[in-house]
Design a protein around this ligand. Sequence first.
Ligand SMILES: [Zn+2]
Length: 196
Amino acid sequence: MLPIARGIYNGLASITRNSRGALHTASAFRCKAATENEAEAVDGEEEPKSSGPDPKDRTQVIPVETSIRYLKSVAYKETYGDDFVWSQYRRNHKGMYAPRKTRKTCIRQGKISTGNPCPICRDEYLVLDYRNTELLEQFISPHNGEVLSYSKTGLCQKSHLRLRVAVEQARDSGLITYDVPFREYDYNEFYGQQKS
Ligand SMILES: [Zn+2]
């Protein structure tokens, strides 16, 4: 289940709140991170925390270290599996053909302003930063080392720009390198039979 389902999940929270196993992975990660930060989390305090915050609220700043840990966590693995974060995302549009450009932004005034936020905006634990190379590499083509187009990944224009900046910074600091794959050519295919 993807993090966008968290809104639906929170709607159902009143039904499934008693069964801790049914917690959504990303919110389970949030609970885990919260308990790690403040070890003395009383049950009475935690109860309004799980139902209280708006799932569309994005004012809370998630540190990069948390995001890096999230990408290695079980919660991430259960949410995305072995896929890229963008591979299951589908754009939402009217008619047969999608508009050439994706939407300008998914987050307005600290809140998700759309029903179908892009792969980066929908999961608050995916932080675009030059140190978060594991995430950035998912958006880099293995064929030519370029950043994949938003038409492929579905990122909103704002996230795409931040992605390009982060990738460029990571390249400048040497965290991301790209080596052209070695190809061996059989030159006989180009010049015919060579007579020695
Ligand atoms: Zn977005």
